[in-house]
Design a protein around this ligand. Structure first.
Ligand SMILES: Nc1ncnc2c1ncn2[C@@H]1O[C@H](COP(=O)(O)OP(=O)(O)OP(=O)(O)O)[C@@H](O)[C@H]1O
Length: 258
């Protein structure tokens, strides 16, 4: 297989994520922890996939491998048709800037930059002109209900607002893949509903999403739910087509009360 060729034969175009036999063992203070033990995974364009499972099952490690935040010990990984498992950090950084948005449980905004700068920075780093970065930032912040908060510092915002800024930052470069690691894990129920509604909205517009969550309601927003147990995929279930609205979204989620 060449460096850039995607595995063929997939209806509807090349997968956004394709993993074969991914493994990762953590070497901490105690015994080695086999967090990911030979995972095969395909995520197709436009899919919203939730990964659930007990604490310590290896869900976050899997997400970190897919986003290049950690390196696999073995296995192959393609992102958007490119073979990436042997990329070094500099190439991963470029790939993440262009093709992968990430949101984390604790937002990870740059605390001494304004909301506007937090969102514009990845666009500028990816080569957008200042004007394009500004326009994209303004459009996303308006869409996410954050108009008027451009000059605020992250610490002045609620958790839900900070997570919406993090979502804007993750999406500003129109990534092929959005990775979300417990995106509502530190939010109250209102913040959780907001994040769920926004993820569903972006998914309806075609955004491919891979999300780790403990929360069954968050998982129910996805097309597909992968149960992760002891470093392996224990179950991989497509949610029924009957649950989908006309745009491909899940009607139950869209009906959630504001
Ligand atoms: N950097 C690390 N060094 C050592 N061990 C680690 C490291 N990261 C994760 N682990 C261990 O690997 C296992 C899997 O962790 P991981 O965070 O991937 O699981 P998880 O399913 O996401 O758990 P949770 O839902 O609690 O976040 C756990 O036993 C964890 O303690």
């Amino acid at each position: 297989m060449s460096d850039t060729a995607a595995p063929s034969g997939t209806p509807g175009g090349a997968p956004i994520v394709r993993a074969e036999g991914l493994t990762k063992t953590h070497h901490g203070e105690g015994a080695p922890v086999h967090a990911v033990r030979g995972v095969d995974l395909t995520v197709r364009p436009g899919e919203f996939v939730a990964v659930t499972g007990p604490s310590g099952a290896g869900k976050s490690t899997l997400l970190h491998l897919v986003g290049g935040l950690q390196r696999p010990d073995s296995g192959k990984l393609w992102i958007d048709g490119r073979r990436v498992d042997e990329y070094r950090e500099a190439r991963w950084a470029v790939l993440r800037r262009r093709s992968i948005g990430v949101v984390f449980q604790f937002f990870n905004l740059v605390s001494n930059l304004t909301v506007a700068d937090n969102v514009e920075l990845p666009a500028l780093l990816a080569g957008a002109s200042p004007r394009t970065a500004r326009d994209s930032r303004a459009e996303l912040l308006a869409e996410l209900g954050l108009e008027g908060r451009e000059k605020s510092m992250p610490g002045e915002l609620s958790g839900g607002e900070q997570q919406r800024v993090a979502l804007a930052r993750a999406l500003v470069n129109h990534p092929a893949l959005l990775l979300a690691d417990e995106p509502a894990g530190s939010l109250d129920s209102k913040g959780t509903r907001e994040v769920l509604r926004l993820l569903s909205r972006f998914h309806q517009r075609g955004q491919t999403i891979l999300m780790v969550t403990h929360d069954a309601r968050m998982a129910s927003a996805a097309d597909r739910v992968i149960s992760f147990f002891d470093g392996r995929i224990a179950d991989d279930a497509e949610l029924g087509a009957g649950r989908r609205g006309p745009g491909g979204g899940v009607s139950g989620v869209l009906e959630l009360k504001e």
